[in-house]
Design a protein around this ligand. Structure first.
Ligand code: SF4
Length: 495
């Protein structure tokens, strides 16, 4: 089959990452890498291979603007070295100034995986200890459980008004037998993803595996719908006639679609340069929208221009900010629609009261490769020998590495002659994803020695096994220390 099935609750493996670029519009991380200040080693080594609009996050990082990072963990078992990738991504963004959120997807674990609350509580604590032990700062960031976060639940309910059964059914393959709680899980997860922007819109990145992409696409869609709702409601209140309202509505839809379009690297702010440009009349407005809607690749600028054909420069800028998800849309209308400021503020207040005043930016995502199982195939929580738990006794970790499958040849002689297949080797992955840490030189040396035939699997595994045991021992000591930290933060560990 040519298609790649992405199922967030299934066990899909993604054997050809390039297909994700073609079929789903995930962009290659290589394109954005030069924009990332001091990229993480997982980025440098291609473990993080794809993204959706990570540019906005990279730019915020470069410019010292606010941005956020959020990741959720389903507490279905012990955290293992595959989860460590995500912990590391979260922590790295926090260290670079991002507002960091780590959430425990306990409602989802209960609803979609049928775990009991006792099991969930036990694993929740364990995840949090590892996250803190690896460097997450809970004083600076926020840790929460879905089940006790009222804001997330309220937001989930609001988001539920913007999605319907057929749509979720199509994305997640729901049918008439699907429990309602699955749908509740979906909107809750959407709320998690948008939660960092509840107070203020900001670029937000969600580090995930590619199997989670359906969630990202839906979240990006819903973010646009919530924003569009707010803006068009505001417009509706300004007594536009039906025709004008329809035009504005369609223009916003086209705009929202464009902001989401990974092929367009034109930011709304670029439109500011067009302040003095000629403003089109309704007829050309109509035809521009038609071009956009029919999938034309016209740049964003004319679109923004026509939205405020009556506006002053200030109003124009305010409008652009609104389009970018800021909440200042109403001020822009002061001039555009001849309202006095007081009336506009009153209107803004009412709209906010009525509708919550969301102004979400479509969330960004980065995608990491799945680690291979040590026994070959996919790393799986349910096959102990395939993964190394962060709670494994260092001795056991050592033994698991020693018995791992390799990309080695049949005989030492052949290996010296042909070199090993590091690209197919779970042990090499351990070096690249974890054991080399930030030391690119070391990772490269292992690779080159392997493919050059200088490195033989026995010694290579011995070295990896020792490093793994050291890592586990150090990590588990830090988990002990993290207990005090966890005691001091406000999160319920018993449900
Ligand atoms: Fe894997 Fe090391 Fe053997 Fe190369 S030498 S195939 S990296 S175990």
């Amino acid at each position: 089959a040519d298609t790649v099935a992405l199922d967030p609750w299934g066990s899909s493996t993604v054997d050809d990452y390039r297909k994700l670029f073609e079929e789903f519009g995930i962009e290659s991380f290589d394109d954005v890498l030069p924009r990332v200040p001091t990229p993480h080693y997982l980025m440098r080594r291609g473990v993080i291979f794809g993204h959706r609009n990570y540019r906005s996050v990279a730019d915020a990082m470069t410019n010292g603007d606010p941005f956020a990072v959020l990741s959720g963990f389903m507490p279905t078992g012990d955290p293992h070295i595959g989860h460590k990738l995500v912990f590391d991504e979260l922590i790295w963004h926090q260290e670079r100034g991002g507002d960091a959120y780590g959430l425990i997807a306990d409602l989802e674990a209960h609803a979609a995986r049928g775990l009991s609350w006792d099991e969930i509580d036990e694993h929740t604590e364990s995840y949090l200890l590892s996250l803190i032990a690896l460097g997450f700062d809970p004083e600076e960031g926020e840790l929460y459980r879905q089940s006790t976060n009222r804001d997330v639940q309220d937001l989930a309910f609001e988001l539920g008004t913007k999605a319907n059964f057929s749509e979720l059914g199509a994305i997640y393959d729901f049918d008439g037998e699907t429990e309602v709680s699955y749908m509740q899980s979906v909107v809750t997860q959407m709320a998690d993803i948008l939660y960092p922007q509840l107070d203020e819109p900001k670029p937000t990145v969600i580090p995930v595996g590619p199997d989670q992409d359906p969630h990202m696409r839906l979240a990006r869609d819903l973010a646009g719908r919530m924003r569009y709702f707010k803006v068009t409601e505001a417009y509706a209140s300004f007594e536009l006639d039906d025709q004008e309202r329809a035009l504005v509505t369609r223009a916003y839809e086209a705009l929202a679609a464009d902001v989401d379009d990974p092929e367009t690297d034109v930011r709304c702010t670029d439109a500011a340069a067009w302040l003095d440009a000629e403003r089109p009349d309704s007829a050309s407005l109509e035809s521009t929208i038609e071009t956009l809607e029919s999938g034309g690749k016209e740049p964003l600028r004319p679109r923004v221009r026509f939205l405020d054909r009556n506006a002053t420069d200030d109003a124009f800028e305010a409008l652009i900010e609104a389009v970018e998800g800021e909440k200042r849309v109403y001020e822009g209308h002061v001039d555009s629609f001849d309202l006095d400021r007081e009336a506009a503020e009153e209107l803004a207040r009412q709209v906010e009261l009525d509708h919550g005043g969301y102004g979400f930016l479509p969330p960004s995502s980065i995608y990491h490769r799945f680690m291979s199982g040590l026994t070959g195939g996919k790393m799986s929580s349910s096959i102990p020998a395939s993964h190394i738990s962060l709670l494994d006794d260092p001795e056991d970790g050592y033994d698991k590495v020693k018995s791992a499958t390799t990309g080695g040849r049949e005989t030492a002689e052949e290996q010296r002659e042909l070199g090993g297949e590091a690209d197919e080797c779970p042990v090499y992955e351990l070096y690249a994803y974890l054991l080399s840490g930030d030391d690119d030189e070391f990772a490269t040396r292992v690779y080159e020695e392997c493919v050059g035939g200088e490195r033989l699997c026995g010694g290579c595994k011995e070295q990896a096994a020792e490093l793994m045991a050291e890592f586990l021992e150090a990590h588990q000591e830090k988990r002990e220390e993290a207990k005090d930290v966890l005691d001091g933060i406000d999160i319920e560990l018993d449900s």
